[in-house]
Design a binder for this molecule. Structure first.
Ligand code: GDP
Ligand code: GDP
Length: 436
């Protein structure tokens, strides 16, 4: 599973700078979730072929009171969620009482951590780092986050303990059971839906143990099909242990999406599409996951509001129009059974083996109907296509000058392939290879 790195340290040591370096200033994946403060940012990053999640925290000042106290809590929560912690200090400021106290905190946590001496640009590195030896932390890196110096090497080192997994896509067993993740913001009705999805049928469940950071995996059968429900809301755990509400966790949600074939994104009809829904949706699309949208609490929506909500949603969801949208009431069970039809269709589409001859024939027809536009007097020539992978389906198209095919034409091909192959509920990726 994708490793998680937390950045902690006093304010101003350079955490945000490093965060931005690592995520290449792509916006934080998810910001400002209710129940989390603005001080915790999550981003996805990649070094080589190793993806990881990085969490930026507000910072810990040492004497935690008031706002500082809240910041410290956030940092502690981030440490809890992380696999490994980068404890950042400022080479220019030198050792500080707050650093000492944070080091003590970290030792008590039983979580692997490394000391990162930042801002070593333009100063004597040996002198700067020697100041921090007294912390007694043997694993130490010195970097200049703002210049990117030492960053790549450090991350490669830190991640060496987490070797990338074999691509699951090549594992036959991975397709035996349809892996469905139920995700969404706090309070949209995930737990209620999970209970419904399971309660509908005679479910043979065996829970796989996990920490509070992990989702619960629930295997069951429905109409002779095998499913694995990835429950981010922790319903089963709650039933068995204690009835406390599961804490919403971004890391858990991201991991669940990564690990699923099909994601059910649950939204609240009363609130419409909020920014946080869009973040999660963006992540599902980027990951190429099968997708089903469940607009929940439909029972509470006045009939004269319904058309308006539907119109508004389809307007804002044009970029995810491949996904089926269901208007459901998890509370009453209305519409829940229909979700399975979309789940199955998305899974079948996402994992179908595509035939080279068919792909090439569809390409020829598409080009015959509508040629790619000329660029500088030359027209890209698209010759043949073959399947490049599944989940999501990848179609590789060979030809000349394919680098000049405009994005609009690529979308045209996507649309044709989707229609001709009857692919629903999954993104379709197209990749061009050029032979000139
Ligand atoms: P945070 O509060 O820990 O998130 O710290 P920031 O990332 O906001 O950085 C605080 C200040 O330190 C900013 O003015 C940064 O430009 C500066 N800074 C961060 N990294 C470096 C570095 O490697 N070298 C230098 N010289 N300044 C840095
Ligand atoms: P979670 O935090 O996403 O797991 O959300 P819960 O399943 O705990 O639900 C949050 C609240 O919304 C609870 O009070 C539920 O009873 C309520 N709720 C869930 N689904 C529905 C629904 O379809 N209709 C209505 N009216 N309330 C619902």
């Amino acid at each position: 599973m994708i490793p998680v790195i937390a950045l902690v340290g006093r304010p101003n040591v350079g955490k945000s700078t490093l965060f931005n370096q690592l995520t290449r200033s792509r916006d934080a994946l998810v910001a400002d979730f209710p129940g989390l403060t603005r001080d915790r940012k999550y981003g996805e990053a990649r070094i080589g072929n190793q993806p990881f999640v990085v969490i930026d925290t507000g910072g810990i000042s040492g004497d935690e009171e008031g706002i500082d106290h809240e910041m410290a809590e956030q940092s502690m929560a981030a440490i809890e969620e992380a696999d490994v912690v980068l404890f950042m200090v400022d080479a220019r400021e030198g050792l500080n009482a707050a650093d000492d106290s944070l080091a003590r905190h970290l030792r008590q946590r039983n979580k692997p951590f490394h000391l990162v001496v930042n801002k070593i640009d333009g100063i004597n590195e040996d002198v700067a780092t020697s100041d921090f030896f007294s912390l007694g932390i043997t694993s130490m890196y010195s970097i200049a986050a703002s210049h990117g110096r030492g960053v790549r090497q450090m991350i490669e080192d830190v991640l060496a303990e987490f070797p990338p997994e074999e691509p699951r896509e090549e594992d036959e067993d991975y397709y035996k059971s349809i892996r469905v993740a139920v995700v969404g913001r706090p309070n949209v009705g995930k737990s209620t839906l999970v209970n419904r999805l399971l309660g509908e049928d005679r479910v043979v469940v065996y829970d796989q143990p996990g920490t509070t950071r992990d989702s619960i995996y629930i295997d069951y059968q429905r109409n002779d099909k095998d499913y694995t429900l990835i429950d981010t809301a922790g319903v089963r755990r709650r039933k068995n242990v204690k009835q406390t509400v599961e804490k919403f966790s971004i890391v858990k949600t991201l991991k669940a999406i990564d690990d699923a074939h099909v994601v059910i994104l649950v939204m609240d009809a009363h609130e419409g599409l909020v920014e946080q829904d869009m973040h999660l949706l963006g992540h599902c699309i980027e990951k190429g996951r099968g997708l089903v949208l469940a607009v929940n609490k439909w029972d509470g929506v006045e009939p004269d509001q319904r058309d308006w909500i539907k119109t508004e949603l389809s307007r804002r969801l044009v970029f995810a129009e491949y996904a089926d949208t269901h208007f459901i009431s998890a509370l009453h069970g209305t519409g829940v059974g229909h979700l399975y039809k979309s789940i199955n269709a998305a899974f079948d589409s996402a994992t179908r083996k595509l035939n080279t001859n068919a792909l090439t024939r569809i390409l020829e027809d598409a080009v015959f109907d509508h040629n790619p536009p000329m660029i500088n007097g030359r027209r890209p020539k698209l010759r043949y296509a073959h399947a490049g992978g599944q989940n999501p389906p990848l179609i590789v198209i060979h030809g000349n000058q394919t680098g000049k095919v405009p994005a609009s034409y690529q979308r045209y091909l996507e649309k044709i392939y989707r229609r001709e192959l009857d692919l629903v509920g999954t993104p379709v990726r197209i990749e061009f290879r050029t032979s000139d």
